[in-house]
Design a protein around this ligand. Structure first.
Ligand code: SF4
Length: 248
């Protein structure tokens, strides 16, 4: 797994965190093709076109065995200039069928968290997964329910470059990982989510750009919250930490 720079900061040290270098990160590239448009429109177009290029590049990806059983590649969706990016582990049954991340019951809960809890629009954030194709216990039958499994380390390492390109194109200020596997993979840690959540991690996820730093806040997966409603309380604490970071 790649090396990530991590400074673990307790949530209670929130006020000590330096403001994000958003101005520097969001500096638009001058392009004759975009001349005549407002700066924010140029920037929006530039980020969008980077993401679209990455999507086109991997639309028919066959870099790992998950390509054989997937119905649809689930690239990710949301704002190309999102300040907040949610990252889950991988698509499940409904996502595989619809080609969209976090749909179905757990997706609805995530949408509620974003819209009702954070007072944001789902299309203002970016939602993606570590692997883009549905890992199945029985890859011979994509129509089977309860057929999800975690992606293998090989599948993760094949797919991770796509996620890193998405992060590079979007340059979010905050990443929220959903569930234990996504947190462990992004942080290169072995601890479970119970140990990782309640903290803010300062990471440098892009090996080619060590100057880019992003705050990472791990929280529970919405599917876990549906199975364990009492976990919604600590999850809400995590969301409040994220909202605090976005206010800075
Ligand atoms: S999971 Fe990722 S690496 Fe594997 S086929 Fe799908 S897009 Fe390609």
């Amino acid at each position: 797994m790649r090396d990530v720079g991590i400074n673990e900061l307790p949530s209670s040290y929130l006020s000590l965190i330096a403001p994000p270098e958003s101005a520097q990160k969001k500096t638009p590239q001058k392009s004759p093709a975009l001349a005549g448009r407002s700066d924010s429109e140029k920037l929006r177009t530039s980020h969008f076109s980077s993401l679209e290029k990455i999507k086109a590049q991997y639309l028919d990806c066959k870099m790992c065995p998950l390509a054989k059983s997937r119905l649809r590649l689930v690239f990710g969706e949301g704002s190309a200039r999102a300040r907040l990016m949610f990252i889950g582990e991988g698509p499940g049954f409904t996502e595989d069928h619809l080609g969209r991340p976090f749909v179905g019951r757990s997706g609805n809960l995530l949408t509620d968290i974003i819209t009702r809890g954070m007072k944001m629009k789902r299309e203002d954030v970016y939602i993606a997964n570590i692997v883009k194709c549905h890992p199945m216990k029985d890859p011979s039958d994509p129509e089977k329910h309860s057929n999800d499994r975690p992606p293998s380390p090989e599948e993760v390492s094949k797919c991770m470059p796509i996620l890193l390109k998405q992060i590079d194109a979007i340059r979010p200020e905050v990443i929220c990982t959903l569930g234990s596997p996504a947190a462990k993979i992004m942080l290169n840690r072995k601890d479970g989510i119970s140990n990782l959540r309640g903290k803010i991690f300062d990471i440098r996820p892009l090996p080619d750009d060590p100057d880019y730093r992003v705050k990472l806040v791990p929280t529970f997966h919405p599917a876990y919250l549906l199975r364990n409603p009492p976990a919604k309380k600590p999850a809400w604490e995590d969301i409040k930490v994220i909202m605090g970071l976005l206010k800075k």
